[in-house]
Design a protein around this ligand. Sequence first.
Ligand code: BV8
Ligand code: ZN
Length: 268
Amino acid sequence: MMLEKLSSEIAKVRNILKTASHVLVLTGAGISAESGIPTFRGAGGLWRKYDATSLATPQAFRQNPALVWEFYHYRRELVLKCEPNAAHVALVKLENQLLNDNKKFSLVTQNVDDLHFRAGSKTIYRLHGSLFETICTKCKVRKHNVDNPICKGLEGKGLPEAEDISIPLKDLPRCDECGGLVRPGVVWFGESLDQSVLEKVDELVNECDLCFVIGTSSVVYPAAAFAPQVSARGKPVVEFNVEGTAASSSFLHHIEGPCAKTLPLIIE
Ligand code: BV8
Ligand code: ZN
């Protein structure tokens, strides 16, 4: 995007933001890219010889829980070494500014890296769960877990350049309550999202008067449908991305560039 085009877009969006009373922000993996976390569909979407989306399924976990746990252990370890970036911080500032002015702010994320939480965002709706939650496959108890490694059996495992090894089931993360095998607390492909979160997001999509959609390829559903639904209500949607996406044509404004650079230009 030419510099003068970008600066005129930025001026327009700053003006719209001044008069907005309920801002809905939708984020995807691109907002964490500048924190060093690979995006899903970029080059980073590969781990060993696997496409991330082929491991993020219940079938993959059923077939090879050790391999799937190596993948998630690797991502947990990576994320714990990363810090929120200027884009996450800009959203915390925006939330505080709007709340101070008795206006509304809602943050809905597809990300499972918890960087919005670590940056200090208060209202976060997680569409796809978190790397730092576990669910027991037996008693279904859901737990927050930031242990690193999550269990002894995964210590030093999960390196992208290593060979797949088979870790015995008994050495994979087990439930403290019932001893059952636990799984990562994320929503896998083919799994339904939490109904109460979906209902809340539906409310926000229908109430907001401005939407920022940041760092998402708008490929994964139902998340990809939310920003276009705001546009369909005639409300302005601003897309922050380094490139065009599957949904770009339905958005009013495009701020092209890395969002850790562009978002702080919109939010003083
Ligand atoms: C569902 C958690 C109802 C796991 C994730 C067949 C059977 C069942 C369902 C389907 C099916 N076929 C299709 C579906 C629907 C499916 C789907 O959408 N598939 C896609 C691939 C077509 N959806 C589902 O399955 C969902 N459930 O529909 O339930 C149902 C149930 C049963 C049967 C039928 C229906 C569940 C989807 C949730 C999957 N879990 N994550 C994990 O993380 O391991 S999704 C995963 O992708 C991540 O959460 C990620 O956030 C998300 C979306 O990707 P993006 O965030 O957009 O990231 P991506 O890399 O794609 O793009 C990054 C963008 O950032 C790019 O545009 C890039 O340009 C930009 N960028 C890069 N750097 C920067 C930047 N922008 C700004 N600044 C930068 N610096
Ligand atoms: Zn259990």
